[in-house]
Design a protein around this ligand. Structure first.
Ligand SMILES: NC(=O)c1ccc[n+]([C@@H]2O[C@H](COP(=O)([O-])OP(=O)(O)OC[C@H]3O[C@@H](n4cnc5c(N)ncnc54)[C@H](OP(=O)(O)O)[C@@H]3O)[C@@H](O)[C@H]2O)c1
Length: 357
């Protein structure tokens, strides 16, 4: 990558957190390219979105081999080079599993696909290495030892600094840790999971033990439930919105709006909107983003945006985080009514966060 630095990184008021147990520091809000960058957004608008993110302290940019069949990596790599950012200022993450072709070895987490997929991703990005390489899904047809060894190899080669998981069950993550420990290999440091006000069970309950035992951090996706938590779908599907542009992919969600489940979600969004506006002086989207960022297990919340203005609007969530006092969080629970039950202690007194297993 070109070393001509055209723009210095200025973190402004962005807080940074460690990515899980690692020493890597990521901005509390990061930016991702699913469906947008290289998909519905191509050319100069990709540059505008990435630039506004970088200009406002975002250092982590997330993509995947499977996003827009590789075009997301190509677009993001091109733009980062054109903008002349210093490589060490950036945390670039990509993900392997879904591939860009349909051959028997073009997907999954075999040693072959992890190594070939990494090389192809780097080529599309125009980079020598990524910072974090995610296993985009678990692969139940490949032995865990093969997968852990392959990620270890990629890291030893210098093609990635860390590896991580995405949408793995807590049991899968535990297995990866056990294999890594037994064979003295590098374990994953983070889990990229869906977490938002309407989707809580896995990130808040299932992963409880892996947060405590291994210090795994989350790089949260879809914190706005694909835009639902901005209120934009309260009265139908606006033109040129994600659900309109990808109606086939979201057909179950669209169908649910005619049923009790979907209507109940919209009702909660309306109640949250009123609460956000009257009690916190912010939008419901900003509240939804701040609420996920406030979670102690969240390392970073990956924003998605089809326009630069959305990045700016969403980053105002930084001002909302300090307003989320225990009292405010309790009022939000009263609206949500979906707090996962705590891990059972069978009558033993609760430990605080320092009483890790
Ligand atoms: N690991 C995984 O399996 C996985 C899965 C999904 C996502 N991800 C990662 O996480 C990133 C974020 O996920 P996501 O895109 O689903 O996040 P999201 O925040 O739930 O949805 C982003 C979308 O909501 C709409 N939006 C955002 N801000 C808005 C605003 N202020 N007002 C109105 N609409 C707004 C935009 O869509 P429109 O303007 O088009 O309506 C935008 O593209 C992805 O880019 C990707 O990097 C990972």
């Amino acid at each position: 990558m070109s070393q001509v630095v055209k723009q210095e990184f200025n973190p402004k008021n962005m807080p940074f957190r460690r990515l899980g147990p690692s020493g890597l520091r990521v901005s509390v809000f990061s930016l991702g390219g699913w469906l947008t960058l290289g998909g519905t957004v191509i050319g100069d608008p990709v540059k505008e979105i990435i630039k506004v993110a970088f200009d406002n302290g975002i250092n982590m940019f997330d993509t995947a081999e499977g996003y827009a069949a590789g075009r997301s990596e190509i677009e993001m790599g091109r733009v980062i080079k054109e903008l002349g950012y210093r490589r060490s200022d950036l945390v670039i993450t990509t993900k392997l599993f879904f591939g860009t072709r349909k051959g028997p070895n073009d997907t999954g987490l075999s040693r072959k696909h992890i190594i070939e997929g990494t090389q192809e991703s780097l080529q599309r990005l125009g980079l020598d290495y990524v910072d974090v390489l995610f296993a985009h899904r678990p692969d139940y047809t490949t032995p865990m030892e093969e997968t852990v060894r392959a990620f270890n190899y990629v890291i030893e080669k210098g093609w990635a600094f860390y590896w991580a998981t995405s949408e793995w069950s807590a049991r899968d993550i535990e297995e990866a840790y056990h294999v890594a420990e037994k064979l003295n290999l590098i374990p994953p440091i983070a889990e990229q999971c869906q977490h938002h006000m309407l989707h809580r069970e896995r990130p808040e309950k299932e992963y409880d033990a892996i947060y405590r035992k291994y210090g795994v951090g989350t790089t949260v996706f879809s914190a706005l439930a694909s835009g639902l938590l901005t209120g934009k779908y309260n009265d139908g599907i606006p033109e040129n919105s994600r659900f309109a542009n990808h109606a086939d992919f979201f057909k179950n969600t669209l169908q649910s709006f005619n049923e009790e489940e979907g209507k109940a979600k919209i009702a909660k969004v309306r109640d949250l909107t009123k609460f956000a506006e009257t009690e916190l002086g912010c939008t419901v989207g900003q509240l939804a983003l701040a609420w996920v960022a406030k979670n102690p297990n969240t390392s970073t919340v990956i924003l998605g945006a089809s326009r630069p203005e959305q990045v700016l609007e969403n980053l105002k969530a930084l001002d909302v985080i300090p307003k989320l006092t225990p009292e405010v969080l309790n009022k939000i629970e009263d609206i949500l009514q979906n707090k996962p039950a705590p891990t059972p202690s069978f009558g033993r007194p609760a430990l605080d966060v320092f009483g890790r297993l």
